[in-house]
Design a protein around this ligand. Structure first.
Ligand SMILES: [Zn+2]
Length: 173
């Protein structure tokens, strides 16, 4: 495979990949095939099932006790396909609030955090969650979401090979 940036031949290797394209700085895709260009440093991961990976990340974020960070809120909002304005209407807040949350200029309050997570379950343009899992997640959100203190640095989110693997194998056949 030729490097799209400089045209040199790329090498490929199975390794961990920091998935910054998600807009989150702490997501690592474990053991995926990554093409690397020694000449210019370009890295190209083989990601064929973005929706499945995003569903996994979303599930993780909905089930965290700490409040959503700006990046996490933006990631989830984008997965609903809604604009900041539409999301603001959903949550009965102003678009300015949504923008301030996403840019970490203001901390999202626990009520908006919970409502947003619950609305996400209905709005997400991702593979649907089974009903039983939906109810379990809703219970968690009402009981525990946004109850833990904010952390300075969000925990690393590791996406295991089983969340990625199947279609990756298909892609090589
Ligand atoms: Zn290159």
């Amino acid at each position: 495979m030729k490097c799209p940036t400089c045209g040199k031949e790329m090498r490929s290797k199975v390794r961990d990949y920091e998935y910054i394209e998600s807009g989150l700085k702490n997501v690592v895709l474990k053991n995926i095939r990554v093409h690397h260009c020694k000449a210019c440093g370009e890295l190209l991961p083989e990601i064929s099932n973005v929706k499945q990976i995003h569903a996994w990340i979303a599930e993780y974020l909905l089930s965290k006790r700490t409040p959503l960070t700006g990046d996490e809120f933006r990631f989830l909002r984008k997965a609903t396909g809604k604009s900041a304005k539409e999301t603001a209407e959903r949550l009965a807040v102003t678009p300015v609030s949504v923008s301030r949350w996403e840019n970490d200029k203001e901390k999202i309050g626990p009520q908006s955090d919970r409502l947003f997570r619950m609305a996400f379950i209905i709005d997400a343009e991702l593979p649907p969650i089974p009903l039983e899992k939906c109810l379990e997640t809703l219970r968690f959100i009402l009981d525990q979401a946004a109850t833990a203190p904010r952390k300075l640095k969000p925990q690393r989110i590791e996406i295991p090979p089983r969340a990625i693997q199947k279609r990756q194998v298909d892609a090589h056949e």
